[in-house]
Design a protein around this ligand. Structure first.
Ligand code: M6R
Length: 588
């Protein structure tokens, strides 16, 4: 949450920072701002709303500076506004900072401040004043002494007007990397911000500090002892983070899924899995949002193949449900970003109690990836749209392949995966039809997604996708449960989508669809079979190719992704950056 970019180098800082912030806008878009050191004077520009507003403020300004910091915000403390936008300055304007995270004791620090003028409602501004009070001519030492007084999470990046050749930073709990290039050194919350210039990246760990000049990146431990660290070269380039002719990242990412599956199958069939699943008698799948729904599919595979007790919980609740964790417990974590705060907290708790952590992560080198006992990378490539699509597919696919290896069924699964790749293209062929349906149903008041068994898990992901990009009230229910209350909401402007991939359950789900149809609902069926009963009840039917077991979760999810996308387009909403959301949720 929140995107940070800092630059010091040989080219105009404004260009590098604005470019980077646009790449990080998926992390939050409540406001944006930039601070540049111009001839020992710090100039700050901010704007509420998306980056285009900040670009409007900067337009026509000749800002000649090679050093600066910038921020795109997802509001926590204080409403989205110009004044609450980062960068925040000390009263004198000498020090300017950007921050991602939450300073928990900011009210205590505020009480002791000498500064008279506190202009924003943010926790971050308090730190700017504190830094100014602690300033002793050595910016890094000042940052360390200030951090010693702070409790909370932070990626904190600091500039001083008299120190016009260096930026200092500290990290705990929020990600920050430094890309090193010929043009200079770029600090950023995530890799896409630096890919235009470099793929050589330093990753900072919790408790570490860095001093960045145009020629050097120095990393220090928590006592400010210099650490020797090499950069890593990431296997990504700028193009992988571009729209590539598509109107939005979301639809580009939906279309990329066949390639992602191919890459996963070709790579994972050769990779060894170290975790011996037979050693565990309790297995918890823990994650948030879409990643949790992918975890539900993982759970269903293990339910069928192990004697262990298998649970799946959302990470934000897991710690409070008093899970019984010991050395015979395996925690299976799914996360696109590898930075989700609740998921990370669950990992740390489980490890402390002796569990093994096996994680399925997309972002290489992310915190959860680094802290897991074993990480399986899900290889989806950068996912920019806030609504997750290809990351879900990649998580389900890597779990299918990984678990099948554990159970000695890898060969069958690889063959089935190859068929899946072909079927996947057929599913994408229905896009035109799904678009028509989206236009037909765009004005419904609410939507329900119904399913039984694994189809209920698919319904959860489908309902989340639709609500996050269209703002429609959209809920998933086990098909048989609707009549125990929610059926009261059904009227003739309600859309009910029935998901049916398990022929053993068709008839029962179709009966439930009849119940809502009788009460006026419009019924859309997603099914992997030609079936007369469904034609009798559904206003519209989307057919998908039939597949084996959990592979259905990969195929049957695509129509729901396309439906959510085209509904949002039909409603003229901002598909890639839906209101109130951020891609990477790094606060609990
Ligand atoms: O980065 P993660 O996979 O850990 O993120 C988890 C959720 O925040 C994420 O899946 C969220 O639900 C998406 N916006 C859903 O599209």
């Amino acid at each position: 949450m929140c995107g940070i970019v800092g630059f010091v180098g040989n080219v105009k800082a404004k260009e590098v920072i604005v470019h980077g912030l646009k790449k990080l806008e998926y992390r939050g878009y409540d406001s944006a701002g930039i601070a540049l050191n111009i001839d020992n004077d710090i100039k700050v520009y901010k704007a509420k709303g998306k980056m285009e507003n900040l670009e409007g403020v900067l337009e026509g300004k000749e800002l000649d500076s090679n050093i600066g910091i910038g921020h795109t915000r997802w509001a926590t403390h204080g409403e989205p506004s110009d004044v609450n936008a980062h960068p925040h300055s000390s009263e004198s304007g000498d020090i300017v900072i950007v921050h991602n995270g939450i300073i928990e004791n900011y009210l205590d620090i505020k009480k002791g401040l000498k500064a008279k003028k506190i202009v924003s409602e943010t926790d971050t501004e308090i730190v700017a004043h504190k830094l100014n009070e602690n300033y002793n001519g050595d910016l890094l030492d000042t940052l360390k002494r200030t951090i010693d007084e702070v409790r909370g999470t932070y990626a904190l990046v600091v500039m001083h007007k008299e120190v016009k050749d260096e930026i200092v930073l500290a990290k705990k709990g929020s990600p920050i990397i430094i890309g090193t290039s010929e043009e200079g050194n770029i600090i950023a919350s995530d890799i896409p911000a630096v890919l235009k210039y470099t793929n050589k990246i330093y990753i900072l760990e919790d408790g570490e500090y860095a001093r960045v000049t145009k020629d050097e990146v120095q990393i220090f431990d928590k006592k400010l002892k210099l650490i020797k660290r090499d950069y890593i070269e990431v296997d990504m380039d700028e193009k992988t983070a571009e729209k590539d002719g598509f109107d939005h990242f979301m639809i580009k990412e939906i279309h990329e899924q066949a390639k992602v599956i191919e890459k996963i199958v070709n790579t994972k069939k050769l990779e060894k899995v170290k975790t011996n699943i037979k050693r565990y008698n309790k297995i918890y799948f823990v994650a948030c949002g879409t990643a949790h729904y992918a975890g539900l599919i993982g759970k269903s595979i293990l339910d069928r193949n192990t004697n262990a007790a298998v649970f799946a919980e959302v990470a934000s609740e897991f710690r409070y449900n008093e899970p019984k964790i010991d050395r015979k417990t395996l925690l299976v974590v799914t996360s696109q970003s590898g930075e989700t705060a609740d998921t990370l907290a669950a990992v740390r708790m489980a490890k402390e109690k002796g569990a093994r952590v096996l994680s399925f992560i997309n972002v290489v080198g992310s915190t959860i990836a680094r802290e897991s006992d074993e990480v399986i990378y899900t290889m989806a490539g950068p996912e920019i749209a806030v609504a997750s699509t290809k990351a879900y597919t990649s998580q389900v696919m890597t779990m299918i392949l990984t678990f099948s290896k554990m159970f000695g069924k890898a060969v069958d699964v690889v063959n089935e995966s190859k068929e899946l790749m072909m079927k996947f293209d057929n599913v994408l062929d229905i896009e035109g039809y799904v678009k028509q349906l989206s236009n037909k149903y765009k004005d419904v008041d609410r939507a329900f997604f119904l399913g039984r068994g694994m189809d209920y898990n698919l319904a959860k992901e489908a309902a989340l996708k639709l609500k996050e990009v269209t703002y429609l009230s959209s809920e998933a229910y086990p098909a048989g449960e609707l009549k125990h209350g929610p059926i009261a909401l059904i009227d003739d402007n309600t859309l009910v989508v029935g998901i049916m991939t398990d022929e053993r359950l068709y008839e029962k789900t179709i009966s439930n669809l009849k119940e809502v149809k009788a009460r006026g609902a419009k019924v859309l069926a997603i099914i992997n079979d030609r079936n007369d009963l469904v034609l009798d009840v559904a206003d519209d039917v989307i057919y998908i190719p039939k597949s084996q077991g959990e592979f259905n979760a990969v195929l049957a999810n695509v129509p729901s992704q396309l439906f959510a996308y085209h509904m949002a387009v039909a409603k003229e909403l901002d598909v890639d950056m839906p209101r109130n959301l951020a891609k990477s949720v790094t606060v609990e």
